[in-house]
Design a protein. Structure first.
Length: 66
């Protein structure tokens, strides 16, 4: 059986936790904070979130050796 290739785009965006959950970074947390309200900045303060259950199967297929 040949080795499976990891999708590099997915590996940069998602990672596994110790309990095999998939972790992602929240959107809108990179730049342009001057034009964002305090509420927007505060809601994205914690950068890590868990992947939605509907997308989990597809992402796990892209990261076979997680």
């Amino acid at each position: 059986m040949p080795k499976l290739k990891t999708n590099k785009a997915a590996s940069k965006r998602y990672s596994y936790t110790a309990t095999e959950k998939l972790k992602r970074t929240k959107a809108n947390r990179r730049h342009r904070f001057v034009s964002k309200t305090n509420r927007q900045k505060k809601s994205g303060k914690i950068q890590d979130a868990y992947v939605d259950k509907t997308c989990e199967k597809a992402i796990k297929k892209m990261l076979p050796y997680g």
